[in-house]
Design a protein around this ligand. Sequence first.
Ligand code: MRU
Length: 351
Amino acid sequence: MSTHTHDSIRAVQWTGTQLSLLDQRLLPHESVYLEMDTATAAADAIRDMVVRGAPAIGVTAAYAVVLAARRAWAADQRGWRAGMAPDLKALADSRPTAVNLFWALARMGQVMEGLPDDQDPEPALLAEAERIHQEDVDGNRHMGDLGAALLQDGRDVLTHCNTGSLATGGYGTALGVIRSAYAQGRVKHVYADETRPWLQGARLTAWELVQDGIPVSLLCEGAAASLMREGRVGWVIVGSDRIAANGDAANKIGTYGLAVLARHHGVKFMVAAPTTTIDMEAATGADIPIEQRGQEEVLELAGRRVAAPGANAWNPAFDVTPAELIDAIVTERGVVENPDLQKMKALFAAD
Ligand code: MRU
């Protein structure tokens, strides 16, 4: 039996001529796909959270490069390479933390470099973007099996933010592990943090799990300590936006707190992420840029102010979990237990 069931959603799609993104700001109430034919529209969509989640941002950027190339080629069949520069910059400036974005731009850049000046770049770039997309889905499925194999006691798990099909090319990272584990009977029920301020857990993770028939209970982040003290979960399973060379992992704000709590309560802590999320140029988590977002995201709820007038807010979108609090980093290339620099380097040794 396939262990890759419970997977029905694709948030990033190529229609044949355009990029189509499921507007994640409207979920779970409305499923609306926005079609875009320019890279700047895609960059805006990344910045404005139409599409979010590190691998999904990378896949979106890859397709956006195709749109940039089409526009530049139509404008100037000799100078298309230079003509793409403003669009590539807009994409690179959209969000700073998820390294998958920069990885995807670099990989598309390698294809561009190999093309002659007088050749329409779109077909080769589209083929590469589709490869990036498919590799992400395949990698997630493999990662799902590797991560599920670590869950041996059949206990419930806790996850944070959204790391599923919506956050990736498809299937998911941490949620992919949970999908595989559920299909294998290794997990029967999932706890999901609601994940302030964007409520990725309440709006997106719960929606994905309900769609695919996996039982889920939401909790306020503040309830995680009590959940662990009551012995209700065996593992915390999260994704990552950027993993440093020593195994420190940036992820949605609140993840670090969960890791501290997990260690205190004897709960295992897993980070599931493709190797496209690993940044060997960042020596430690201190080298990872952490996105600061607008205060209104904390002060308001659904566009309506809920905080006391006069209050300010501090709104980092991500935090860094130190490697020593991570029991396993699960990638499509293998599992790194108790990560450190040597083990992280070994992951890439086959290159
Ligand atoms: O701000 P977001 O929603 O883009 O943050 C997403 C996360 O933090 C995810 O956990 C991370 O990107 C891993 S997604 C597979």
